[in-house]
Ligand binder design. Sequence first.
Ligand SMILES: Nc1nc2c(ncn2[C@@H]2O[C@H](COP(=O)(O)OP(=O)(O)OP(=O)(O)O)[C@@H](O)[C@H]2O)c(=O)[nH]1
Length: 589
Amino acid sequence: MKKTDYSSIPDWTLHFGNAGDAWVTVSNDGQVQQLNEQVAEVLGMSPAELTGKRLSAILKRADAMVPRGNAIVRGTLFALHNGRRADALIAVEEVPCPLPDWQGRLLRLTDVTELIEAENNRIRKLDRLTALADIMTLAESDRQRWLDEAMELGARTLGLELGLTSHIHDGVFVLLAHNAPGILEYGQTWPLDETYCSITVESSDVLALSPFLSSEWAKHPCYSHFGYQSYIGAPLWVHGKLYGTVSFCSKVLRPDSFDHHDKVFVKLLARWVGGVIERMNVEGRLRESHDELEEQVELLAMAEKVARLGHWRLDMQLRTVLLSDEAQSFLGLPSRSDWGLGEFEALIAADDRDAWRDQLNACVHDGSQIGLELRMITADGYTRWLSLRGMRLEQHEQHQLFGVMLDITDSKQAQETILFQASHDSLTGLINRVLLFDRLGHEIRRCQRIDGQFAVLFIDLDYFKQINDRYGHEAGDRVLVQVGKRLASALRKSDTVGRFGGDEFIAIIPGLNNRDTAASLLRKILRRLEAPILFGRDELFISASIGISFYPSDATLPQDLVRKADNDMYQVKEARRSLPNPLRDANRR
Ligand SMILES: Nc1nc2c(ncn2[C@@H]2O[C@H](COP(=O)(O)OP(=O)(O)OP(=O)(O)O)[C@@H](O)[C@H]2O)c(=O)[nH]1
């Protein structure tokens, strides 16, 4: 067996390590004793230069350079300080020496410069990815806070002080988001030329300026104004248009220059910020249209209130009716999301319910429009007139109907008043000539159907003029009112009495068909009129001449019947004039 020569390191290190490694032995006091040729390569010095030298003179501890969780370097990390291989990193590992009686230390030297750099790059990349992931998972509730926190995370990750998002508009830098609350304010502006963003927006890519002082940008006004020594920024695109910048800067010079990963990080961040701003814009527009919609709904409700107009929506399948607030309000109903169709119909006055159902059915089956005036009974028992209009919702399922309801109680009442005034005598409250003829027409048609008969009385007061002349018009009016009341009380409910004009009254008496039967009624009327009418302290006396005509024996048309009765009255009056009449002078002056 060949005897091992321990005078040369490779020979014996072969037994426990890779001969390609750099090996060195140092004495206990640290001086280089033996070395192989790889050592010279790693340390950049010849064996002659190294032998007898202290390793500590050329290797300085570089623990800070060791990447987190130092699992990739065996031994201790040193930086080489011999002026030949700047920035070289050497891992020094002490290996137990297998030789008996060995005095000194056996060290394996490994050049780990590239390894450490690769690891640091990997970690930096990981840091940025983690930061991006953190930013993207920030709470979405407050987008402004989202952007501000992204600026803070970005600045921290890049080792810079400030993170800024700007909107560039008409040559002005407008601050949108930042990580310096209390120092900067949203909406704060600077002339674009005084910011590095003026350069950033012109460059299509990320602009990184560090170490700053070595750059020509030191002449930029931003440096003289703000003194930022490190800057990295990317153009910000929103909806496909250049919108502003995302930038990070620091007054303190960053020790390292920005690398590829920093640039990619800022680029991605700018893209993400652009997306957030796009969403903010869309949300803003949505909010605006939502606000507009709300305002319109409010205006519609106000319009409904002012117009006393409500709307309704009926679902024939669900048999529910949705009533607008105003509709519920004028029906005196509590606010409810919907009402059963039965509940709604119960509010319609019984007399009008059939008309409503007829129109509802027609609308549902053939699409005709609903349009009717009906009475509805409010929750507190009042009757309200409503004009109801509606139609089938053609775009939707056809079992849905939509319509409006207008409270027309006031106009209906006014209309009724006008109608009453047009058909009644304002002094006596009796029906007037217009309605009298209308009633006559009705009675004729009724009798035509049933082969019936009736009589028309023409009642003209005697010597009425004297009352006016002696006691004044007021007295005459009082007499007319009293005569109206007395005539009404002398007749049946089924009879009709009205004022024909002046001191003339007409009565329609159904069923009366001959003069004999009529005689007792005429006597009854005259007796009623006999009683004196009090006017102040005076007593006024009145009498009347009554003419009569019969349907159908005398005439079959309203005006003919009236004319006949009038003629008859005239004859009666003439006859009475020739007789002694105590009333003739009763009211005379
Ligand atoms: N106070 C009052 N007088 C009225 C009203 N309408 C008509 N007259 C008067 O009633 C009178 C009716 O005239 P006439 O029928 O000729 O008077 P008369 O005295 O009853 O005559 P004879 O019927 O022939 O007895 C007129 O003087 C009218 O001015 C009214 O609303 N109020």
